[in-house]
Design a protein around this ligand. Structure first.
Ligand SMILES: [Zn+2]
Length: 382
């Protein structure tokens, strides 16, 4: 059984150990030490990484009391081990932050934490009951108050009598000794992971997102430097937006709302002007005995239909008006007094996989084909 040094001292990052076995496998070398401070993948938290001598520790997991370290090179004898400390400390901050939030939610709402993931990019946890945005804001404030109170965090194995008397949270049934992690006046929880020893070390606790999840809520959270990096990123993004809108970051939401309304109004005007222009062009077309096939850059189906109607009596065979481009495809309206347009629709569906329909005089729909192909096809109808 591997001695778990992280159990007693979460801050130990360099240690000596004896290699008990090192076995070559398809993915590297599975190494067992007499003692370790590499925390294995457990309970939703990714494992520690680092070095055993100059071998890279790629993965760590538990197996019947042993901790297995997957290394990229073989190791033997007495070894010097080193954790990727920045990563470990960051996880201690996130994990302790999670305890504070779960403690507050449990005491305030009685909800259990039913899911947890702590990786390098995201921290999520799930509660088995719903929480509104306003409630989450209050929980966030209380959690940060607990950080600023710089409360003591302790980890211990209570004896059976003491354990019996403790009211503690636990995510699962635990066989063997129960390790309790206690945050002064805030939370008592069974947990085997490393945590910071004072809540002040966590830094800010910030919820970055939440969504309804399996009848409860899933929260995304960032603590400490992660939260700062998140703030910086959002600040940069908001600076760009507020510069473009000529406002401050504090009223960017109001200016953006105005911008959306103005854009909608401009789109409406542009649509109306485009329709008028297309119809004017159609009216200026001289009467012919041949077909009229027109391609417009941008128009809606209604405009295409109105244009075909405006050209009524000006063509001999068929009139078709398209809008779009070769890469996105075209929408169209087409009419004829000579040909049965239902048959034309059948042919377009068969030859160009068009989606279209209508009656024997007029059809409309969409085609995913190039302009040349469409033109050639229509030439062959007549
Ligand atoms: Zn924990």
């Amino acid at each position: 059984m591997t001695e778990k040094l992280y159990d007693k001292d979460a801050y130990l990052q360099i240690f000596e150990a004896q290699v008990l076995s090192c076995t070559k496998t398809d993915s590297g070398f599975e190494t067992i030490l007499d003692r370790t401070c590499f925390f294995p993948y457990e309970g939703g938290q990714d494992c520690d990484t680092g070095y055993i001598d100059d071998s890279r520790v790629l993965n760590v997991w538990g197996n019947s009391g042993d901790i297995i370290h997957l290394t990229d090179k073989p190791v033997c004898g007495k070894v010097q081990c080193r954790l990727d400390w920045q990563q470990r400390f960051d996880r201690m901050q996130q994990h302790t932050g999670e305890h504070i939030v779960c403690g507050i939610v449990h005491s305030r709402y009685g909800y259990e934490n039913v899911g947890f993931h702590l990786g390098n990019d995201d921290v999520t946890f799930d509660f088995n009951g719903p929480l509104s945005a306003a409630e989450l804001e209050q929980i966030e404030i209380s959690a940060n108050n607990a950080v600023m109170s710089n409360l003591a965090v302790s980890a211990y194995y209570p004896d059976a009598a003491r354990l019996e008397s403790l009211q503690y949270r636990s995510k699962k049934q635990i066989d063997g000794p129960v390790r309790i992690v206690e945050i002064e006046n805030t939370d008592i929880c069974a947990c085997c992971a490393p945590h910071v020893s004072k809540t002040g070390e966590i830094g800010i606790i910030k919820f970055t997102d939440h969504q309804a999840y399996k009848g409860g809520v899933r929260i995304h959270m960032s603590c400490g430097m992660r939260a700062l990096r998140d703030y910086q990123k959002k600040q940069n993004s908001l600076d760009i937006i507020s510069n473009e809108l000529s406002c401050t970051p504090y009223n960017a939401d109001m200016f953006f709302e105005k911008y959306i309304q103005e854009t909608a109004r401009l789109k409406q005007t542009a649509g109306r002007l485009r329709r008028e222009l297309i119809l004017l062009r159609a009216q200026s077309i001289q009467k012919t005995d041949s077909d009229i096939i027109l391609f417009e850059e941008d128009a809606d189906t209604n405009t295409l239909r109105l244009t075909v109607n405006a050209l009524d009596g000006k063509y001999g065979g068929i009139c078709a008006v398209f809008a779009g481009n070769d890469s996105d495809g075209y929408i169209f309206a087409a009419a004829s007094d000579v040909y049965d347009m239902n048959q034309v629709a059948n042919m377009l569906r068969r030859q160009l996989s068009a989606r279209c329909g209508g009656d024997k005089h007029m059809i409309q729909g969409s085609i995913n084909a190039k302009k040349n192909t469409v033109e050639n096809l229509f030439k062959n109808i007549t």
